[in-house]
Design a protein around this ligand. Structure first.
Ligand code: IPE
Ligand code: IPE
Ligand code: MG
Length: 236
């Protein structure tokens, strides 16, 4: 297979379109989420193969609590099952897992499983999988500002300080953000962290987004010209 010239260090994905995938097949929304878990596995395998250092996934937004409670509960149950099913694979493949967001609002059982998974994979030297749950960009910014003010009374905050107080502290900003299902919006995701991120939108629904589609996104990224506000050295 063709070599990709530029591999991003951090790829983030807004996994969207599970409900529409299910609806198109006359199934309930939860079936779409179930199939979406298979895409998570496929994309993680691809990230490991391509030696992508960080793969982050938006799995549940703070706004998603507004969905019918059977869907919300179904999503958390799926997450718990996936943790139980995948722990062995993750350790074997040296994947370190971080689950970030407002975890305090989650069920104690799930929280325990999350903490267990993070501990069990903490030594992973390969890809870091970052799962964003009960997360929103505005929440992140506000909690960072509050914590900074509490710990540094009277001090002015610098952009570098902010990075250290965000929930994503220690994770580099995404180089590439993929959103599936044809929606072209940020939906309160990593607002601060995407300041210079490349965006990639595809009509493919998340349950259909597997290795082939992931590869296309990475190939497109390799063709992008990132300037960070500067002028390119070789530009005429
Ligand atoms: C993404 O798929 C999964 C979550 C947000 C948890 P959706 O459930 O948003 O699917 P659509 O957008 O309704 O098709
Ligand atoms: C964004 O998808 C949240 C996640 C992928 C977890 P949504 O489906 O919730 O976003 P909107 O409502 O279309 O903006
Ligand atoms: Mg959606």
């Amino acid at each position: 297979m063709e070599e990709i010239s530029k591999i991003p260090q951090h790829v983030s994905i807004i996994m969207d379109g599970n409900g529409r995938w299910a609806k198109a097949r006359g199934k309930v929304r939860l079936e779409g989420h179930k199939e979406g878990v298979e895409s998570v596995r496929a994309c993680l395998e691809f990230a490991v193969e391509m030696k992508i250092k960080y793969l982050s996934l938006f799995a549940f937004s703070t706004e998603n609590w507004g969905r019918p409670s059977d869907e919300v509960q179904g999503l958390w149950a799926l997450m718990l099952k996936a943790i139980e099913r995948e722990t062995k694979y993750l350790i074997k493949n040296r994947v370190r897992v971080l689950m970030l967001g407002n975890l305090q609002q989650l069920d104690p059982d799930l929280r325990l499983a999350i903490e267990g998974l993070m501990e069990a994979t903490a030594g992973g030297q390969g890809t870091t999988l970052v799962v964003m749950i009960n997360y929103s960009g505005k929440w992140d910014i506000v909690q960072a500002a509050n914590r900074f003010a509490e710990e540094n009374p009277g001090k002015q905050m610098l952009p570098e300080d902010f990075d250290r107080y965000l929930i994503t502290a220690g994770v580099p900003d995404p180089d590439l953000l993929i959103r599936t299902s044809g929606e072209e919006r940020i939906s309160n995701y990593m607002l601060w962290q995407t300041a210079y991120t490349e965006f990639y939108f595809t009509d493919t629904l998340w349950p259909d987004f597997r290795k082939k589609e992931f590869r296309l996104a990475i190939e497109e990224y390799a063709r992008r010209d990132r300037r960070f506000g500067k002028v390119k050295q070789n530009n005429e």
